[in-house]
Design a protein around this ligand. Structure first.
Ligand code: F6R
Length: 260
């Protein structure tokens, strides 16, 4: 894995937006795998800057969700479909039709999971998948002990994840228990994975993800198995890495045109 340590969240956002822009320049019809939550917002802010300055156009891209809550109507403000609608589709004046998402309102959820996988396959796979990191090590909503070969399916959230996400809901009791999430095996099929973590609350999990063994107990550690995985951190999230200085030096010495 390449590990990039940036000064702060805004710099993390600019680095990741630069990588997205490089993919889209190379392949205007790219399928971009989007993440939701707080960590990803500086990335969308930096993308907006690029679009405003006409360095990037997303009109031909398609977008794919990682996960969705089960039990929320699609247009509930905290559904991930709504999040992407707000933060990406409306913001960049794109079409909702460009979004591939699991239908978590279906009466047949296993079929909805299969359909979602098929849509990703039909679109020829994800070119670049953005990932946030749960404090318990989840990517998507693959909670600890998720199979490293798992496909899109229904998962139950851990108490820690529900507590962490309660900040988006009026009360903890309102946070759904169930989700549909791309599996770890599904995520690993994307051509490039970028995992982003910001803030000291993620530092222990970052260390286990990057420097610990590959283990289903820390699902994000599965990125170690991917041929093109990049971890982009701010200083606080990187603060517990024993190889922090090595990663800083390696990135500083890297020819810029090589990209990430
Ligand atoms: C969201 C998702 C989750 C979050 C993770 C971090 O689509 O799949 O894995 O990325 O829970 O959330 P934040 O960024 O809010 O700390």
């Amino acid at each position: 894995m390449e590990v990039i340590i940036a000064a702060d969240g805004a710099s993390v956002g600019r680095i990741v937006a630069g990588a997205i822009a490089a993919v889209v320049r190379r392949k205007p019809r790219a399928l971009l795998g989007l993440a939701t939550g707080s960590t990803i917002l500086p990335v969308y802010d930096a993308l907006e800057e690029q679009v405003r300055e006409k360095k990037l156009g997303l009109e031909q891209c398609r977008f794919c969700l990682l996960d969705e809550y089960v039990g929320l109507p699609m247009r509930h403000p905290q559904s991930y479909w709504s999040f992407i609608q707000r933060e990406v589709i409306d913001r960049f004046r794109l079409s909702s039709e460009a979004v591939i998402y699991p239908d978590a309102t279906s009466t047949d959820l296993p079929l909805a999971c299969e359909n979602f996988e098929r849509e990703i396959r039909d679109a020829k796979g994800v070119d670049l998948q953005l990932l946030g990191l749960g404090r318990d090590g989840h990517i998507g909503f693959n909670e600890p002990c998720s199979s490293l070969a798992s496909r899109t399916r229904i998962k139950t959230l851990t108490a820690q994840t529900r507590t962490d996400n309660a900040r988006f809901f009026p009360r903890l009791a309102d946070v759904p228990h169930h989700v549909i999430t791309q599996g770890i095996g599904t995520i690993l099929e994307a051509r490039h994975l970028i995992l982003i973590a910001i803030g000291s609350a993620k530092a222990d999990t970052v260390r286990l993800t990057v420097e610990g063994p590959v283990s289903s107990f820390i699902p994000a550690s599965a990125l170690q198995l991917h041929p093109h995985a990049t971890v982009v951190l701010d200083e606080a999230a990187a603060s517990k890495l024993s190889l922090g200085q090595y990663f800083r030096d390696a990135y500083a010495l890297k020819p810029r045109r090589q990209g990430i």
